[in-house]
Ligand binder design. Sequence first.
Ligand SMILES: O=C(O)[C@@H](CO)OP(=O)(O)O
Length: 344
Amino acid sequence: MAAEVYYQAIGTLQSHSYLDNFNHHQKHKSNLVRLVTRDFISGNGLSRRSSSSVQRNCAVIQSLAFQTSVVDPVLSPSRSNAGDNYKKSNEAALILIRHGESLWNEKNLFTGCVDVPLSKKGIDEAIEAGKRISSIPVDVIFTSALIRAQMTAMLAMTQHRHGKVPIILHNESERARSWSQVFSEDTTKQSIPVIAAWQLNERMYGELQGLNKQETADRYGKEQVHEWRRSYDIPPPNGESLEMCAQRAVAYFRDEIEPQLLAGKNVMISAHGNSLRSIIMYLDKLTSQEVISLELSTGIPMLYIFKEGRFIRRGSPIGPSEAGVYAYTRRLALYKQKLDDMFQ
Ligand SMILES: O=C(O)[C@@H](CO)OP(=O)(O)O
């Protein structure tokens, strides 16, 4: 009973998860999640005090949502896409994760398409991310072609409770494909295909790649560097703007990933700050103004549900130190229950 009440309360809070994109609202919601989680952990279920506090605060969250003038993706008919080629389909989970901290994030260098591995902290973040999504179904994984996204996906999957083995598909040549075949149906069932695509790579940062971000701001001015980093259509010198990055990343999402979701497959995408910003812009129908303030932390998985042609955000932990809470749907709760029963 306590768990049921807990998930319901968290569900209410997390249904406004798009507020996480706005730092000033994030804090408020994070306090509420902490309050409810504390009651749950104490084992007494939701206390009357917390229960009325959640109700009261949900009203506050509602009004914050109104102030942002972002339409609630849960309540509104559809801010989302896939409309044209919508077919009646099963519900499917979509997890988006930005890679853990890389060795160049650690050094504050522009990275873009330079292929840099995770730092020690990034490895820990990826493992932590894996714990947070360990009860959410994953049938197929898409990563960029870059090692930091691939390391993140693989490390995260070591924590998954289903115990399946992620296997990178090699389609770069006929020989690579044929030499990496598996000849057991049972083994295939126990594995998750991992598809690497360059289209999901970080935006190409042009002549900024390898430069220190602070030194670049000192040299060219804070405003100019912010424009290069966050504007929608201004590219850094000889690099890609977010708009250019979206042209390949969103096209790939629509052509290769949406069909999987339509077929009812649960998908995880491990990619990068800007390739994911462009995909989120598409999923949440953000304007080119709104996307400027969209920041993604390293190693924090976000959950969407794809149902009846719509993408609905179901939450994301607030930050690295927060508990991983998502608004589970009935189908996800049943999947979790199945894992609980299996590992009792
Ligand atoms: O350097 C990069 O490739 C990206 C992501 O780390 O940086 P930014 O935050 O400027 O988009």
